[in-house]
Design a protein around this ligand. Structure first.
Ligand SMILES: Nc1nc(=O)c(N)c(NC[C@H](O)[C@H](O)[C@H](O)COP(=O)(O)O)[nH]1
Ligand SMILES: [Zn+2]
Length: 203
């Protein structure tokens, strides 16, 4: 339910606050939970991550996925062996996972797809249970167009048969945390350093 979703998005937002502010990316937090389909089983947190947590130019979702694989001593493409379908692994991210990165690094949507037992080139009907790994992605804010313009992430997840859901309620706070470290935009509208001298003198 939305209440549970907001509970985990709040946890992810707390993680995002751990991220060092940079003008070149967003501060994001991610939580991977098992949310078993079987009756009465309770969800458990499997891994967490925040932007730049692991060395290098790392994203929150990337860190959570990498940490889970490291913890089990397996590669990220083998995560479906510890995330069977009945575990219904779900990734919560404060911001929509990236579909493209200005750095050219592998996007988080591709990393999420790689956790599933998808033999490249063999397309199974969507409902086959054998595709474990991360089955659902829930995020609390759409990615602003700052870096890559219109995000293709949701279309890419649809094509990969990964369920996703944008849960509203925390988006303002999430974006405020995400953009800390970005150049301030003067509320007066035009950014002072964008003005020409004549206009600046008139201020
Ligand atoms: N979902 C998400 N999680 C993150 O941890 C993070 N930093 C971003 N940020 C998205 C933004 O589009 C990219 O940060 C820029 O495109 C620059 O790309 P790099 O981060 O340098 O690879 N998005
Ligand atoms: Zn990413």
């Amino acid at each position: 339910s939305t209440k549970d979703h907001l509970y985990y998005l709040r946890q992810a937002l707390e993680l995002a606050r751990e991220s060092p502010p940079r003008p070149t990316n967003f501060r994001v937090g991610a939580v991977i939970i098992s949310n078993p389909l079987s009756e009465g089983a309770s969800p458990t947190i499997l891994a967490t991550g925040y932007t730049l947590e692991l060395p290098g130019n790392t994203h929150a979702e990337q860190c959570a996925i990498a940490k889970l694989a490291i913890e089990h001593g397996i590669s990220e493409t083998q995560l479906h062996t510890i995330l069977p379908q009945e575990m219904n692994a779900t990734l919560y991210s404060t911001l929509e996972p990236c579909g493209r990165r200005l750095s050219g690094n592998l996007s988080c949507v591709h990393r999420i797809i790689a956790t599933r037992n998808k033999t490249p080139g063999i397309s199974r009907p969507k409902d086959t249970g054998s595709e474990g790994g991360i089955r659902k992605v829930i995020f609390g804010a759409k990615e602003p167009s700052t870096f890559v313009g219109e995000s293709e992430s949701c279309r890419m997840m649809d094509e990969a048969g990964i369920e996703w859901e944008y849960v509203e309620g925390l988006q303002d706070k999430i974006l405020q945390v995400a953009k800390e470290g970005h150049p301030a935009v003067h509320t007066s509208g035009t950014n002072v350093d964008d003005m020409d001298d004549a206009e600046r003198r008139r201020q």
